[in-house]
Design a protein around this ligand. Structure first.
Ligand code: NZQ
Ligand code: ZN
Length: 393
């Protein structure tokens, strides 16, 4: 196991009715004038936004609102949010929504306290050192942004989707009421499940040895998702299944399952070009890319793939040919993704094989390589896109 620091300062407030604590929590963390940031309308329609703002009013905290965050959040609204916060003297941002709203809020929070263009954080020109405090009321189990120091934003003019990170971006608190996720359409529930599993796989496939504790934690999250995702697709109001998935989403991405080991993150890098170019849901893109990436890199360490195949998917171990077990596990993963209603190839996603050179070029590797498990060059990435283009079960 490698040396590590683990820092996860967020207060998680979990369970039925927890959104009514928003006002008191904002006060506890020093907010005196709040920007309430939300998405395209689901939080308004469900009445959640009204309950959250009522809780702010009851706690005596003034607020203004900025809605309209789109999935794959855009830089254009971030610029608007930064201006608004400066003009109104905002000192706390409360997000009501999913990863897109939270990531947009984190970008605004960092941008308000930065002299230059906030995109510098995303282009790698500057590091996030300070940000306004952020709190979240989570409405979808997926990105894990409620407990992470990461944010991903798309530059509208170029379609470039890029990430930034820093401990200053970790939410002060995250309110997690599983009931709030019951209004999710099945497709977004399934996209969230794929993303949660991908966050685990990115950490699971490592070259670091002797990591039994984190291997087992990863497998616990994966087994939970294999059991619970089909249950909520069949029965969207199943509170207990929703609750297990919601906590799995946070556990998958605070890095508690990934400390002490090298991690990969190529599936995310490769997927972000798809959601950047076609504006598809991140989880749907991952459902297409992740199994293709697995097929491509499996020969690097068939035993690691065979391990997950036996422990998570219940495949029989072929000791003579562990790569057969490994491939059986990848097939199970793809079948699972299809069963919960996700695309598994380019056509189903709405992507086009002839765009592969564009996708590779946007990734911008040049002569370089990417990834922690297998270091991929541009041609490797193109091959993964080609596998993804034609995948089937
Ligand atoms: O905008 P509204 O109307 O709220 O609709 C949203 C949106 O259309 C809807 N929705 C959310 N909660 C709902 C609901 N509809 C009904 N009932 C509810 N309770 O769901 C749609 C998707 O929402 P979004 O916030 O985009 O989903 P998600 O949480 O999957 O976030 C995706 C974004 O997070 C980034 C992704 O790249 C993508 O841009 N990621 C962020 C990470 C991080 N910050 O740590 C890590 C991830 O790997 C990921 O890259
Ligand atoms: Zn993700």
């Amino acid at each position: 196991m490698n040396n590590f620091h683990f820092y996860s300062p967020t207060e998680f407030v979990f369970g039925r009715g927890s959104e009514n604590e928003a006002g008191e929590l904002v006060k506890k963390y020093g907010g005196s004038k709040v920007l309430v940031h939300f998405g395209g309308g689901s939080a308004v329609r469900s009445g959640l936004l009204g309950r959250v703002t009522a809780s702010l009013t009851a706690a005596g905290v003034p607020y203004i609102e900025l809605g309209g965050v789109k999935p794959n959040p855009r830089d254009t609204l971030v610029y608007e949010g930064i201006e608004l916060c400066r003009r109104e003297g905002i000192d706390f941002i409360l997000c009501v929504g999913g990863g897109s709203v939270i990531d947009s809020a984190k970008a605004i929070a960092a941008g308000v306290l930065y002299d230059g263009d906030f995109w510098d954080f995303y282009s790698g020109k500057a590091a996030v050192r300070k940000a306004l405090p952020v709190g979240t009321v989570l409405t979808i189990a997926a990105a894990g942004s409620e407990g992470s120091g990461d944010t991903v934003v798309t530059q509208e003019a170029t379609g470039l989707k890029r990430g930034a990170g820093g401990d200053a971006l970790r939410p002060r608190f995250s309110i997690m009421n599983p009931e709030l996720t019951c209004t999710l359409p099945p497709f977004h529930t399934a996209c969230g499940a794929a993303d949660i599993m991908a966050h685990v796989f990115e950490r699971y496939f490592t070259n670091t040895t002797e990591v039994e504790i984190t291997d087992r934690l990863c497998e616990a999250v994966l087994c939970t998702m294999v059991k619970e995702a089909p249950r909520v697709i069949a029965d969207p109001n199943n509170y207990d299944a929703r609750a297990n998935i919601m906590w799995a989403g946070t556990v998958a991405h605070t890095n508690i399952v990934g400390v002490g080991r090298d991690q990969d993150w190529n599936s995310h890098n490769i997927e972000h070009e798809l959601s950047g170019l076609y504006d598809v849901a991140h989880g749907a893109g991952l459902a297409v890319i992740m199994p293709a990436w697995m097929e491509f890199v499996m020969p690097h360490n068939p035993m690691r793939f065979a391990q997950v195949a036996t422990r998570v998917w219940g495949c029989a171990m072929d000791f003579e040919h562990p790569e057969n077990t490994a491939l059986a596990g990848i097939r199970c993963f793809r079948r699972f993704l299809r069963e919960i209603g996700l695309p598994i190839n380019f056509a189903e996603l709405g992507a086009r094989e002839e765009d592969i050179p564009v996708l590779v070029q946007k990734l911008g590797l040049g002569e370089g390589r990417t990834g922690g498990f297998v270091h991929l060059n541009s041609e490797d990435v193109a091959q993964i896109y080609r596998i993804a283009a034609h995948a089937d079960v």
